[in-house]
Design a protein around this ligand. Sequence first.
Ligand SMILES: Cc1cc2nc3c(=O)[nH]c(=O)nc-3n(C[C@H](O)[C@H](O)[C@H](O)COP(=O)(O)O)c2cc1C
Ligand code: FES
Length: 642
Amino acid sequence: MARLNSPEELENFRQEILSKRDPQAPCISICAGAGCIASGAAEVITAFKAELAKQGLTTAVDTKGTGCPGFCERGPVVVIYPEEICYLQVTPEDVPEIVSQTIKEKKVVDRLLYVDPATGEKAIHESDISFYKNQERNIIGSNIKIDPKSIEDYLAIGGYSALVKVLSGMTAEQVLAEVKKSNLRGRGGAGFPTGIKWEGTRNAPEPVKYVIVNADEGDPGAFMDRALLEGNPHSILEGLIIGAYAIGAHEGYIYVRQEYPLAVENINLAIEQAEAYGLLGKNILDSGFDFKVIVHQGAGAFVCGESTALMTALEGRVGEPRPKYVRSNIKGLWERPSVLNNVETWANVPLIINKGADWFTQIGTESSKGTKIFSLVGKITNTGLVEVPMGITLKDIIYKIGGGIPEGKKFKAVQTGGPSGGCIPEEQLDLKVGFDELTKAGSMMGSGGMIVMDEDTCMVDVARYFIHFLTDESCGKCVPCREGLRQMHKILTNITEGKGKTGDIETLEELSEVAKEASLCALGKSAPNPFLSTLHYFRDEYEAHVKEKRCPALSCKELISYYIDPAKCQACMICARKCPAEAIDGGKNRIHVIDQEKCTNCGTCFEVCPPRFRAVKKISGEPVPAPVSEEERIISRKSKEK
Ligand SMILES: Cc1cc2nc3c(=O)[nH]c(=O)nc-3n(C[C@H](O)[C@H](O)[C@H](O)COP(=O)(O)O)c2cc1C
Ligand code: FES
């Protein structure tokens, strides 16, 4: 790799790369994101290489392990260019057919296409799949086109052209003005205006300043930042270099959790490559601007995603939050002005510089501009990463992109904003996604977790689950969070176990108030959200648990019972054989009965009873019907078979 000494040299190098690539030549892109690797993508890549060699196509066809395009649930995902034919759940056994049919004969392998569950129609191209069709993938869309380990691939799709634009013709003030004009708001949590944050740091008198990437991503179920770092690390580096130039920083840090080994590997490699080409280091592209980046691996504490805790951890101390008497963009890392932005925030910067603030502000709502990546998980047909324009409704995300709720179940709520976010009910499905809109609805944008819940989800148990997570993750430094959350968790557990008492809801409200008002950091301040939002929208469920010892969703184990309906039981013995507690009595001609003393409420009988019988019943808040007499349990198989 030769150092590039000016913007012109970089552009010439890009042209040289492009001149060696034929856009019409076949290229097989195989997602090598963590999700697809877990479903066997590495074996698929090996199989493609072997098959291409076997069929004498190694030089004619390019194979690429790429970043995650988002549809992880249907991985390994394979896209064949230039036709953009998309195959899902590809196995090594499918590879010979793909090479013979699609690469050689230009024929589509029908059985590997996406089939729309609603219409039964097959989608050949990625852009025809309902999951992708309704997205606007400005940031994540490049993932499937490039090998994240290749800087040349990034350059080939126009990478580092925003940096060239900045270093060859924009002053730091102009860059800052463009970012401010774009109204870009931080994608990591609070939605703070990025330009204003940068301006504060730039104008701070202390000459040594820092820029930091927050890639801690501690929210359970969230993997947006991981996919960007793994799949397109140069885009984040490019944004960071531009930010550092605008602010006047010469040192940057990437704080990434250790549990993301592929992200760590790819970002380290990207830094090495950028250094080798002179895009990092001294006198970048002959601009006189120096900038270096250091990767710091976090040990995986949720609280370390909080700005002051993250900076304390970067300083080499225990990652605990500190009071923000002065904002960290003025007094942050080593008490110096420091801009901390989320991975996705940084990834937006090159786009804003390249396409302009006016382009960016055309997307989104009045107060939330651009797109947002969500990790759509839970009780939803299409699980994965989705990038949508701000202002899209929750309904469109869940039904048009997510494909609705599986197994014909009813939608109940969607949880947004990570563990300290809130649950939004069905009545609010027309809500437009935006920072202020979600906060108004009692939730928040957070960094982009979106967990869909169906009718079988107990909202009290959801609150208990998240408060438990936050109790565990509280750093313990301040009492309202450490003790308050612990008490909240105890009371919520009692309620879900049928030990709730009058006054519990009021105590929970009081503890929430104190945690919100008096906690040191935003972990404690926002921790009551899961309780408060579920209480607001689902108070009847709390009351049913406390007053009637009933779980309306039939989910809380201690509040439900199973019994076998004698009118429906066919004495098939399936449940009796499968019951791990040996709690079912019955024989070939004897209606089965569950011994309530032995039953552990594991639900196995409910799951295994054949759907055509549906003899096992689940109830809550009512007594189990008395079993029928011994004589009535004996069944004549002939009469049953009729
Ligand atoms: C407990 C807690 C955890 C957080 N975790 C993250 C995180 O994992 N990633 C992130 O970008 N922001 C996280 N934040 C928000 C950060 O404190 C900060 O606001 C954000 O990184 C700023 O970047 P942005 O302006 O680009 O959003 C967390 C906040 C709290 C209170
Ligand atoms: S990891 Fe392959 S689609 Fe997400």
